[in-house]
Design a protein around this ligand. Structure first.
Ligand code: R5P
Length: 296
């Protein structure tokens, strides 16, 4: 099927990489705010009978959702065969249960909303914690790209004698894969979160790894408190300065600077554009798009 890519603001570099790998065209749009703050959307390229791929990573998702929705609907009104949302970072995956009475399970509502206008979804390592798969949340076909191999390769090329550290039980799924692929040992800590920025992580037992470099691996770095707390524990162990690797560079507020100040080298995948991006997942995303769209 013939595809045309549209990169939403901030996704230009990834969109260009994907277009290059897929030998596909990049569509042109005008998206702007009317004086009253409403969103104006116009598609300038031919989309008839094509599959429209919307590239929009979804950190700070609230402001992005309406333009994506309008683009998807406009494309269909112009005869697009299908629309596929490529959201390397998928938002709202962490509110996956009612933690306090009166709360909504917003991961479900968000999934329902996206499923109502996109025909398929491609994302990278969504935060599947209490859910087995995205099909429990999304009613549309979804494909997942996994960053583990790319992270292992980066570690193999850049870190001598690593010991991988997962800051909480949820991270075990990523850390164990990354460690196995990198041929490195790993430990997993326990975390208690009492508030957005109030995180306690257990003290790592690293007596067997005195000559190793600790490499912390987690899916999301948001406030960075999980990583900072772990880095602070590691400082008291006499191990080499740690490297923190996150798949998704969400970095709320000053999180990135704070983590660096704590004494860590910070590396991320390019699912959210950020200066810490060192691990490129464009080719993996491109081959997944190719497979999903049966693009020739
Ligand atoms: C949640 O369990 C995730 O895997 C991350 O550990 C978490 O989102 C990190 O959040 P923060 O950077 O705010 O501590």
């Amino acid at each position: 099927m013939k595809i045309i890519l549209f990169g939403l603001a901030g996704n230009e570099e990834l969109t260009a990489n994907l277009a290059n790998d897929l030998e596909a065209e990049i569509g042109e749009t005008t998206i702007r705010q009317f004086p009253d703050g409403e969103t104006y959307v116009r598609i300038l390229s031919e989309v008839k009978n094509k599959c429209v791929v919307l590239v929009a990573t979804l950190h700070q998702p609230d402001e992005k959702l309406l333009p994506i929705y309008f683009l998807s609907q406009t494309a269909k009104s112009l005869g697009a065969k299908c629309t596929c949302l490529v959201a390397p970072y998928l938002a709202y995956m962490r509110q996956d249960k009612v933690f306090n009475a009166g709360e909504g399970v917003t991961s479900n509502y968000f999934g329902k909303l996206i499923s109502s206008f996109a025909d398929s979804l491609i994302t990278v390592d969504p935060h599947l914690h209490r859910r087995e798969s995205l099909t429990e949340i999304y009613n549309i076909p979804s494909e997942l790209v996994h960053a583990a191999n790319a992270i292992s390769n980066w570690i193999k090329e850049n870190i001598e004698n690593p010991v991988l550290v997962g800051p909480d039980s949820e991270s075990e799924q990523w850390v164990s894969k990354v460690a196995n692929n990198a041929g490195a040992p790993f430990i997993v800590l326990e975390k208690t979160r009492r508030g957005d920025r109030d995180v306690k992580v257990s003290i790592p037992k690293v007596d067997d790894y005195k000559n190793h470099t600790p490499v912390l691996v987690d899916d999301i770095i948001s406030t960075a408190h999980t990583m900072i707390e772990t880095v602070n524990h590691l400082k008291n162990t006499g191990l080499k300065p740690p490297v923190c690797i996150g798949v998704h560079a969400v970095f709320a507020g000053n999180a990135y600077e704070d983590l660096q100040k704590a004494g860590a080298r910070v590396i991320t995948c390019n699912t959210i554009p950020h200066e810490s991006n060192q691990i490129d997942l464009s080719s993996l995303l491109a081959s997944t798009i190719k497979k999903t769209m049966k693009h020739d």
